[in-house]
Design a protein around this ligand. Structure first.
Ligand code: SF4
Length: 287
């Protein structure tokens, strides 16, 4: 729904209330309207010619190509199957280690660990802060409202955990009261994230939220400073944007998130102009 549609409904409700009461009614003291995320996306289809952004540590061409080769290294179906099987085994072994881990205090109150969700040869790896309450009881990652919003954000740039993306967090156990992970907890868990990145070999990384960004980039800079720049993680291009939880709390962040996603998509197209082919194929099947 657009901001102006919301405003029209609000005005109608206010007028109806005034008519019923017989005097002018003000429903809310302060009111502002924002476009829904889907509306922003619909009115601005992703473009390949996104405006230039500040580039920090631009990845070297040959390294990008190497990463691309790893994910598209063979056209032999048997070999591809073999690689996928090996990755699945490695990730399953890692998940068992995570399940048994007591490296930080977060193990004390967890119900289930939440290693990650998605395809085993992802084009993109998405890294958030920490599992939420639903993840804690299901062992899944990015469930609930923030997960639904994340799915919409990713779908807008032709990414999906079912097709070309893997989702994880910097810590694999839920912090108490859903607080952000502390630096020592993130540090204790960093070996698992490193192993996941090494096994998954994504071509690009999208980091969600201040806590994840600060811990991965080992910086104390705020998220507004870290956005709109490119970084590298082991030569993999990495970009930071707001966490879906931030957007759920503050709707005005939808626009900057969409701007970040457009820049991110233009980098994905630069790495592989056909990165979203399977996504589009799946969409066509659904029509
Ligand atoms: Fe281990 Fe990571 Fe869980 Fe801490 S958050 S107990 S380091 S798996």
């Amino acid at each position: 729904m657009t901001a102006s549609e919301k405003e029209t409904i609000y005005t109608f409700l206010e007028k109806s209330a005034s008519w019923l009461k017989g005097y002018k009614v003000k429903l809310l003291d302060e009111v502002s309207f924002e476009d829904d995320f889907e509306t922003i996306v619909k009115t601005e289809a992703p473009s390949q010619n996104t405006a230039a952004v500040q580039i920090n540590n631009e990845p070297r061409e040959n390294e990008l190509n190497q990463e691309k080769e790893i994910n598209t290294e063979t056209t032999n179906p048997d070999e591809t199957e073999n690689i996928a099987e090996k990755k699945e085994q490695k990730l399953a072994a890692l998940a068992q280690k995570i399940e048994a881990c007591t490296n930080c205090i977060l193990h004390q109150k967890r119900t289930l660990t939440s290693p990650g969700n998605g395809v085993f040869s992802p084009f993109v790896l998405v890294i958030g802060n920490a599992p939420n309450e639903i993840d804690n009881t299901t062992g899944s990652t990015f469930e609930g409202k923030s997960g639904e919003l994340l799915d919409k954000m990713l779908s807008a740039i032709h990414l999906s955990k079912k097709i070309n993306t893997y989702l994880t967090n910097i810590v694999k156990c839920m912090p108490p009261m859903n607080r952000e992970p502390m630096p020592d907890e993130a540090s204790a868990c960093s070996g698992f994230l490193e192993a996941q990145i090494h096994t998954l070999k994504p071509s690009a990384i999208l980091v969600l939220g201040r806590s994840a960004a600060q811990n991965i980039l080992e910086t104390s800079e705020g998220i507004n400073t870290l956005r709109e720049k490119w970084f590298e993680y082991n030569s993999i291009p990495l970009m930071v944007t707001f966490h879906p939880n931030d957007v759920l709390k503050n709707e005005t962040l939808k626009r900057p998130v969409w701007e970040d996603l457009k820049v991110f998509r233009s980098k994905l197209l630069e790495i592989n102009s056909e990165y979203d082919k399977s996504f589009k194929d799946e969409q066509l099947k659904g029509i």
